[in-house]
Design a protein around this ligand. Structure first.
Ligand code: SF4
Length: 617
């Protein structure tokens, strides 16, 4: 089936095997996240320490990555050292496409190299190269040096910085200036394998079933996309445009979810404020939207700094979540995270946790070394640095939720988390669909598994019924139909991640984005595979259910599909979302409906009947 291959790479023995990607695997799991989950499930076990050589690390390019599509992303997956269950993160930029051109759509790394290495894939060949001289370098310098020593400026590199080397449990994998597989600590898994980088370069023709048909179809799809209001706004301001909405509506985490809006002070962090530093917009491979800011700071304490970003998630996490409303500090701290290879969301979340503990006197300077005051913008870059180098309080925070061992048992009460994975830059007490999605996400508190951002648009209910196939309330604060909405997006996102599509160009944000019918045609033109829209929806259910099977193996079930205590017990005290809280009974009703739609038991465990139906062995 066309020229798509997978490589099984053993880092302990510096050996590999190459196989074609079986057609049946593609039909069932598509590519990207789907095939990663299929391969990971063969090895997944509670007995495998995330840092042990037995924890496989997977790179999976989307089924459409490298051809004319919207995003060309790659998923990186393993057992997560941060949450100690399912780890998976999607990365944009140019790496995924180049990986496919190098001759490989899927990589499975096993074992551990005795000394630091990087793996170079070029035109169907795999080389293991010494990386001892790269150990200790940041992500940008690593990429530069690899390109320089390979004598090819078009090599794309996915690598770790100092944080991954030191096994900071929320270390990310980086490519380019800021593209990242940010969440769930995949950089730490690379570090544990002594794998500093994966470099890719390819000049292979990528076989496409119907090149002319694909060209015409993509042209039409692209025209339709760039005319949507959402794509126009995204191309002008990038994801920071979302900050203003979240702040105005009151679903922003401020001071570790003690408040949910920063009010007028938020202007300092809005997209308009960021525009003052923007020097232009960039795009991931093949994307017509160009949503990524380049910035340059000309004046102030960070004068001379330039780079890419920050995205909305980083602004929220290194801004209001830690009480910081200084945009230059947010930009600088984000850039530090990019260089060290740290997930900005988790970094901000653990700092916010420590700040609240400090505020409440649960921890003091004996453990923190420095006062952790809300909004002290001077200390933020310093804490980021200490985390990356595992120094002092940074070493404690580098352990993620396990820092509770040092902070004391009651400290976990103030770490808003789901399935041992910290909540993000938003607060979900107001939008009930967002809340349910956080609780059920298979990688722990995460908006990328299901967030139905279009819920904020208040679309007519007949439009929602058409999309979701059943009644859904158009009120953001209503519980009605929100289980259906979350279930639908979980399946849909599993499919788009497996195709390599960018989330921003799906129904996540706009009802006019491509849907199953479009994907079905796209796949046929690209691969020649005939997959019906319903077949794709079932593939989404198969992938999501398989993830759930792995969680069930870890002992996670209904009791773990929940939200932080604060969401149920503390109504929002002020601001636009004042009084918002999650009603425990309504939440349980949503869960019942959600499990019913998935065909799982009332405990949230996939049933044998469902596994048979989905063909999961
Ligand atoms: S919308 Fe933005 S993040 Fe998504 S593929 Fe395009 S440029 Fe990349």
């Amino acid at each position: 089936m066309l020229n798509r291959r997978m490589a099984f790479i053993n880092l302990s023995t510096a050996s590999y095997e190459i196989e074609p990607v079986p057609e049946e695997m593609r039909r069932s799991f598509l590519g990207g996240r789907g095939i990663n989950m299929h391969l990971l499930s063969r090895f997944y076990s509670t007995h495998v320490d995330p840092f042990s050589p037995g924890n496989p690390l997977l790179f999976g390019a989307g089924m459409l990555t490298g051809t004319l599509s919207f995003g060309s992303r790659v998923n990186i997956s393993a057992r997560s050292p941060e949450s100690d269950h399912l780890g998976d993160s999607s990365m944009g930029g140019d790496f995924g496409a180049e990986m496919v051109y190098s001759g490989f759509s899927h990589l499975l790394f096993q074992g551990r190299s005795d000394a630091p290495v990087y793996v170079f894939l070029k035109d169907n060949r795999i080389e293991f190269r010494d990386a001892r001289h790269l150990w200790g370098l940041d992500t940008l310098e690593t990429q530069k040096q690899i390109r320089s020593e390979l004598g090819d400026s078009r090599v794309q590199v996915a690598c770790i910085g100092q944080a991954g080397e030191k096994r900071v449990r929320f270390a990310s994998v980086r490519t380019g200036r800021k593209s990242a597989a940010g969440r769930t600590g995949m950089g730490a898994v690379m570090g544990s394998k002594n794998l500093k980088a994966v470099a890719v370069r390819g000049t292979q023709d990528l076989q496409v079933a119907d090149p002319q048909g694909l060209l015409e179809y993509y042209g039409d799809a692209q025209k339709k996309l760039v005319e949507t209001k959402w794509a126009k706004a995204l191309g002008r301001q990038g994801t920071p445009l979302l900050f203003k909405f979240a702040n105005a509506m009151g679903f922003l985490s401020y001071c570790n979810h003690q408040y949910t809006s920063v009010g007028e002070k938020g202007r300092a962090l809005e997209a308009e404020a960021l525009e003052a530093y923007s020097t232009g917009m960039l795009s991931c491979f093949g994307c017509p939207v160009h949503c990524r800011h380049r910035f340059s700071i000309e004046e102030g304490p960070y004068a001379g700094l330039s780079g890419e970003g920050p995205e909305y998630a980083s602004i929220g996490s290194l801004g209001p979540k830690i009480g910081n409303l200084d945009l230059q500090t947010v930009i600088h701290s984000t850039e530090l995270c990019n260089l060290y290879g740290l997930d900005t969301i988790s970094t901000g979340s653990y700092i916010a946790w420590a700040m609240e503990l400090f505020q409440r006197g649960i921890i003091d300077r004996k453990i923190t070394g420095i006062p952790l005051e809300w909004g002290d913008s001077k200390i933020v870059p310093e804490i980021v640095r200490r985390i990356a180098h595992r120094q002092g309080i940074g070493d404690v925070l580098a352990e993620g939720y396990r820092a509770a061992d040092a902070f004391g048992g009651s400290s976990l009460d103030y770490l808003p988390a789901v399935k041992r994975f910290p909540l993000e830059m938003t607060d979900e007490r107001l939008p009930k669909s967002f809340a349910l999605g956080m609780a059920t996400s298979t990688r722990g508190a995460c908006h990328m598994r299901s967030r139905p951002s279009i819920d904020v648009l208040g679309l007519p209910e007949e439009v929602l019924k058409k999309i979701y196939g059943g009644p859904v309330s158009n009120q953001l604060t209503s519980y009605e139909g929100k289980a259906r909405m979350v279930w639908w997006h979980e399946l849909h996102n599993a499919v788009t991640d497996s195709l390599g599509f960018c989330r921003f160009l799906t129904v996540f944000s706009s009802p006019h984005a491509p849907q199953y019918e479009d994907f079905s045609r796209w796949i046929r033109l690209n691969t020649g595979l005939s997959l019906t829209p319903e077949g794709l929806r079932i593939a989404g259910e198969r992938i999501y259910t398989l993830e759930r099977v792995m969680l069930a193996g870890d002992g996670l079930s209904r009791e773990d599909d929940t939200l932080p205590r604060r969401y149920f017990d503390e109504p929002v005290g002020e601001g636009p979302a004042m009084g918002s809280v999650i009603d425990a009974k309504e939440f349980q009703n949503m869960l019942d409906e959600y499990y019913r739609l998935h065909g799982w038991s009332r405990q949230g465990i996939p049933t044998k009947k469902m596994l048979v139906k989905l063909g999961i062995g």
